[in-house]
Design a protein around this ligand. Structure first.
Ligand SMILES: *Cc1c(COP(=O)(O)O)cnc(C)c1O
Length: 264
């Protein structure tokens, strides 16, 4: 049953479509400032605080890349919304993406790999050799022979004492090891700035990540596959783009801040 305060589907779509247009406009402006093509940046919508109605509306607006940071939510939402997307496709809804891509952006525990892997299009948080080994071992069975798991190596570039992300000094070596694994496809690197960072501090963090990325490329680790830099969230994605981000991960600027969310 709907209560009187619940927004109608049209209102949800209207609000989202405005915020999405605003984010796309900001991405385009940052690209222009950086002298880059707008198409060189992929917008990944982080749905962790989004309502199901919002996700549905977003898919209807043509967004293809979605991200979650918890295995269970990813599994649940990928299953649910791949189905929704499939129905939209079969009913020929105009303007929707041909396929949804699901990004895992939270820490992945080794004992959750089997659960998560079948739903993940790209794992953005590869952060240890042991996790890589686990994925390499189970991938053929979970993804089908010949299908490799696309990964970004998460690097801790902010200097923050966080639990996840490989240390700057260990990044190149891990990249070499992962690049040698037959069932992983190392496609780039990802980093997070500190929540408290100013725009300049975030940019500094992103510049550091780009340097490591360049160094890995210079050494021809992972070859042509090595092409993605995932840097930037709602408050600082312009800084990411100025430092070469090819992927930005945006939640609240599209869906509203968590405390502005309607309770469900
Ligand atoms: C939540 C989250 C984001 C998006 O954050 P917003 O500030 O809401 O845009 C991006 N990346 C990661 C890893 C996250 O956990």
């Amino acid at each position: 049953m709907q209560d009187a305060t619940t927004d109608t589907a049209d209102e949800v779509t209207q609000g989202l479509s405005e915020r999405l247009a605003d984010v796309r406009q900001r991405i385009a402006a940052a690209c222009e400032k950086a002298g880059r093509r707008t198409e060189s940046v992929t917008l990944v919508a982080v749905t962790k605080y989004a309502t199901p109605e919002q996700i549905r509306a977003l898919i209807r607006l043509g967004v293809a890349d979605l991200a979650e940071n918890h295995v269970q939510n990813l599994q649940q939402r990928a299953t649910q919304f791949n189905e929704v997307h499939h129905r939209m496709l079969t009913s020929r809804t105009p303007g929707i993406a041909p396929k949804l891509r699901w990004h895992m952006i939270g820490h992945l525990q080794r004992n959750k790999v089997k659960l998560a892997a079948p739903h993940i299009t790209m794992l953005q948080t590869l952060d240890s050799l042991r996790l890589a080994e686990e994925i390499d071992q189970v991938a053929p069975k979970l993804l089908g022979a010949g299908n490799r798991m696309a990964c970004l190596m998460q690097i801790n570039c902010s200097g923050e004492d966080q639990k996840t992300g490989v240390a700057v000094g260990a990044a190149r070596h891990l990249a070499e090891q992962v690049a040698d694994m037959p069932n992983l496809r190392l496609m780039g690197v990802m980093t997070m700035a500190r929540i408290s960072d100013t725009h300049d501090q975030a940019r500094h963090t992103y510049a550091r990540c780009r340097e490591i990325f360049e160094e890995i490329k210079q050494h021809k680790i992972a070859g042509e596959d090595m092409r993605h830099l995932s840097m930037g969230m709602s408050d600082d994605f312009e800084a990411g783009i100025l430092e070469g981000a090819t992927i930005v991960r945006i939640g609240s600027a599209i869906f509203g801040k968590r405390d502005e969310q309607p309770s469900s």
